[in-house]
Write a protein that binds this ligand. Structure first.
Ligand code: SAM
Length: 432
């Protein structure tokens, strides 16, 4: 039996993310490692994701039942109460298990003096079963107010769908390795393995009916398939690299799109994968190795590549820009609470600096694909509009599949993908 109490671990993860601004993708695996079996690891993930998805409602349920807010060292117990309330309201965990495990977790968290309070608040909640409040859009949609306002402005007819999609569990998408087999062949193999799946809109995308462990996927270790959302898979397809070309993947880590570009076009002259973050670049090396692919990997600042690189210009550049990640909230619900309204202007400036700098690195006639996993127009359509207004030698190429001339905004949940933005910029040989 595992010695770590799953509820105590969930409270610690939520405390680290919500109060201390740590990322879920860092905290969750750290705590999962302390659990012995897969069922407990999955329960821990379910509790943490759930609390982060439904946080505003849970905060209301708990704060209405606490006479005094829990402060300082007691904050972790506040998070344990959120985890408890989540189980009572949003899961099929039996009530007695939710209550007794929460009390046990209080002891594990070295707060034996608070077991009465934890038991009391959760029992009261169970007894009263108050209706979930719909007093404000923040409560209804479990998002911070600033983000709701931004989405209302950007999508007057669709903001509710975006918010609802953000709180859904995302499906699992695969990317067929086109250099090794056709998507149809791989779909057949999945069928033989009793894994229900269908083809997505982009060429290599496969949508699984239900998520599964990668160990169950035929040929995963041999690199015949990778896990990647359907929206992210448009990047390599839109870049459309040709044999003999020099390609730059400017913000490459962890390397999902780098690998896809190489799978789609094995006859490039070269591919340079750049990222600022040395730790994240290790993942690029790991992904290349698993898929048996080769690229030049460079730690450098894409807004000042000249400082670290003195090669020739590139035929194609993918700029998968650092962004608010507001399109991938369904996969990373912590983004709702980590991101601040004030971050957006800084990100927009960084994207602008990188885009303007990389434009010098593009050959005349070359193509730059600008991508973000954001749904905010400042980072997307408005960014590209501003760039086009001050750049003589750019032509914005319309992207098919329903795009307008200023790029293509995919919204989360539509076509079952994440939210993404793409713009295709061509450098004219002679400025217009
Ligand atoms: C959206 S992620 C890239 C995801 C990647 N393209 C993939 O498909 O796996 C953005 C990346 O930009 C990197 N980044 C941020 N600022 C940068 C800069 N000034 N120069 C280079 N990379 C930067 C971050 O470290 C992060 O890895």
């Amino acid at each position: 039996m595992s010695r770590t109490n799953v509820r105590a671990a969930a409270a610690q993860v939520c405390f680290a993310v919500i109060d201390n601004g740590q990322s879920l993708s860092r905290e969750l695996p750290r705590h999962q490692q302390t659990l012995a079996n897969g069922k407990d690891k999955a329960l821990l993930a379910e509790l943490c994701y759930g609390v982060l998805r439904q946080l505003v409602q849970l905060e209301r349920l708990i704060s209405d039942r606490l006479q005094n807010p829990l402060k300082g060292k007691k904050r972790v117990i506040h998070h344990l109460l959120l985890v408890g309330a989540y189980q009572l309201y949003y899961t099929r965990v039996p009530v007695h298990a939710a209550l007794s495990e929460s009390v046990e977790a209080t002891r594990k968290l070295k707060a034996p003096g608070m077991t009465k309070l934890v038991n009391g608040v959760l029992r009261q909640l169970e007894r009263e079963r108050p209706e979930l409040s719909q007093d404000s859009p923040s409560l209804t949609y479990n998002h911070p107010g600033w983000l709701i306002k931004s989405l209302q402005q950007a999508y007057p007819d669709q903001w509710q769908q975006v918010l609802e999609a953000n709180n859904q569990r995302p499906p699992m998408w695969l990317r067929n390795n086109a250099s090794l087999q056709s998507r149809e062949q791989y779909l057949q193999e999945l069928q033989q393995a009793d894994i229900a799946a269908s083809a997505g809109d982009s060429q290599d995308a496969i949508l699984l009916e239900a998520p599964t462990d990668v160990a169950n996927l035929p040929g995963f270790d041999a690199g015949r398939v990778s896990v990647q959302d359907g929206a992210a898979q448009w990047a390599a397809e839109l870049l459309d690299a040709q044999p003999g070309e020099r390609v730059l993947d400017a913000c490459a880590a962890p390397g999902g799109k780098t690998c896809h570009i190489l799978e789609r076009q094995p006859q490039l002259a070269s591919l340079l994968a750049v990222d600022f973050d040395g730790e994240r670049l290790k993942r690029v090396h790991q992904n290349l190795a698993r898929l048996n692919l080769q690229a030049e990997v460079l730690q450098a600042d894409a807004s000042n590549l000249n400082a670290s690189y003195d090669g020739e210009q590139f035929d194609r550049i993918l700029l998968d820009a650092p962004c608010s990640a507001t399109g991938v909230i369904r996969r990373h619900p912590d983004i709702k609470w980590l991101r601040r309204a004030s971050d957006i202007d800084e990100l927009v400036l960084l994207q602008q600096q990188i885009l303007e700098h990389l434009w010098q690195w593009l050959k005349p006639g070359g193509t730059l694909v600008y991508a973000t996993c954001s749904v905010l127009p400042q980072e997307n359509e408005r960014q590209i509009k501003a760039f086009a207004e001050k750049t003589d030698d750019v032509r914005i190429e319309a992207i098919t599949a329903g795009s307008d001339t200023l790029g293509w905004q995919l919204l989360p949940g539509k076509a079952q993908t994440d939210g993404f933005y793409y713009a295709k910029l061509v450098k004219q040989s002679v400025p217009a």
